[in-house]
Ligand binder design. Structure first.
Ligand code: GLC
Length: 440
């Protein structure tokens, strides 16, 4: 071998070796980086985790303005994407249900009406949250709200806000007319008629009569006020074809026949009734607490003129207040259970609820907030709400709730719009419900 060749070889080898070493290091670094970014929580990478959450449009506004903003400030790695759905809770439920049935739900957090938990849990769509909260932590929430999140002893939903049906009335008009607030169905009709005759209002009483879940929520209150019941959740006994149910239907029909409720009431959801009441055209409204801050807003014609009472009843019976409310669960198919839990912890915290309640007038699910000085200063009726809530009527917490409610909605609507007599409608509704529950 010639000397020059040998020299060249020796000078080349170390350079090649150095190059090889360098590329090995670069490759190793690249591998390490990709492994590292895969393993570390996505919340720590530049791209934030996005949690999708579907809710009704009226709920979305206060969520977006306050809650979400503050949560995102505290958790820069997580974004909450609020998707506005339809106003009716049953339509919202349909959207969640079809997403779950199709497979991987696009929703990470599930904003659930109190009546959905048994169905969603039984279908296996929700993560079990039982071990995430201690008994002590749960005790800070109203017990009926916590129960609304359980199915077969396990917890799937953390209560975010409570809700309860109440009777709003025009304090100014009742005082002027020398009327005490109504206690019975008969009082409600008599006061309405008198105020109408004096041309103080166009309408006496507004309620939700459209064929949707709100109709059922309103109806269980009237039914309870006549001493009746829909479904006993323990025995699955069905009370729809009993005389009390027919009395409840007769009362609602009477409000329309006597011109106390507008003929269009059988097409109204909450918002239609609120708008009429807020414009000053009616004496009474059955609705939820969200109406209060809107009706008392500076631009509202009835600002400062309203008060609330528990829903009336037949004399000798107790008035019913339907328990509503919303809570948060985690979709089983989410890729981000830890982030979703973090969000639930914040949204159900005392701090977040206080801000939310002050903004939107919703009912807290934490007991301490009913007597919170800041809240009571703005909403003096909250301690009274707690009393109404304590006697609330539950819609039956059963896995077949959606179907049972659908049956009642259909037949009740047929009776109220005179497509079927009350008796015929309820006989068929009772039969179908019994068949659904395996009781026929
Ligand atoms: C309110 C209640 C909910 C109920 C719904 C009916 O949103 O919170 O429980 O099902 O009204 O319209």
């Amino acid at each position: 071998m010639n000397y020059r060749l040998l020299k060249n070889l020796f000078s080349v080898v170390p350079t090649r070796f150095k190059q090889l070493q360098l590329s090995a290091i670069v490759i190793l670094l690249a591998i390490l980086l990709s492994v590292f970014t895969k393993w570390i929580s996505p919340a720590q990478t530049a791209k934030p985790v996005v949690l999708n959450l579907l809710m009704t449009a009226p709920d979305a506004q206060p969520w977006k303005e306050g809650l979400v903003k503050r949560f995102e400030e505290k958790n820069p790695g997580i974004r909450i994407n609020i998707i506005e759905g339809p106003n009716a809770t049953n339509l919202l439920e349909d959207l969640y249900t079809s997403a779950f049935i199709l497979g991987d739900s696009p929703y990470d957090l599930v904003n659930m009406d109190v009546i959905w938990t048994p169905k969603f849990a039984a279908a296996g769509w929700l993560m079990d949250l039982t071990d995430r909260m201690t008994a002590k932590e749960l005790a800070a929430f109203s017990s009926w709200d916590v129960e609304g999140g359980r199915y077969e002893g396990r917890l799937y939903r953390i209560p975010m806000r409570s809700d309860v049906g109440i009777l709003y009335y025009r304090k100014d008009l009742l005082e002027e007319g020398g009327f005490a607030p109504p206690k019975t169905f008969a009082d409600l009709i008599a006061i309405s008629q008198s105020l109408k005759q004096q041309n103080k209002v166009n309408w006496g009483y507004l309620w939700q009569g459209r064929q949707y879940e709100g109709l059922v929520a309103m109806f269980v209150e009237v039914l309870h006020g006549f001493g009746g019941f829909w479904i006993d959740p323990k025995t699955l006994e069905v009370g729809l074809d009993r005389p009390e149910t027919l009395e409840a239907i007769a009362f609602l029909k009477q409000t329309m026949q006597a011109g106390i409720s507008p003929p269009g009431v059988t097409t109204y959801q909450e918002e239609e009734t609120r708008r009429i009441f807020q414009s000053g055209q009616a004496a009474f409204l059955r609705s939820w607490p969200y109406v209060w801050p809107l009706a008392n807003a500076p631009d509202s014609p009835i600002q400062g003129k309203i008060a609330i009472e528990p829903m009336v009843s037949a004399s000798g019976e107790n008035g019913g207040a339907c328990l509503g409310g919303w809570g948060l669960g985690i979709s089983k198919s989410t890729r981000y259970p830890q982030e979703a839990w973090k969000a639930i912890q914040y949204f159900t915290s005392e701090e977040a609820q206080r801000q939310f309640v002050l903004k939107a007038g919703f009912v807290p699910s934490r007991r301490s907030l009913f007597t919170d000085p800041q809240i009571v200063a703005k909403y003096p009726h909250y301690p009274q709400l707690l009393k109404v809530l304590e006697k609330a009527v539950l819609r039956p917490p059963i896995a077949q709730y959606a179907q049972a409610s659908d049956i009642l909605q259909r037949y009740l609507s047929a009776a109220l719009t005179n497509r079927l007599s009350g008796e015929k409608a309820m006989k068929q509704a009772a039969q179908e419900t019994r068949r659904l529950l395996g009781k026929s």
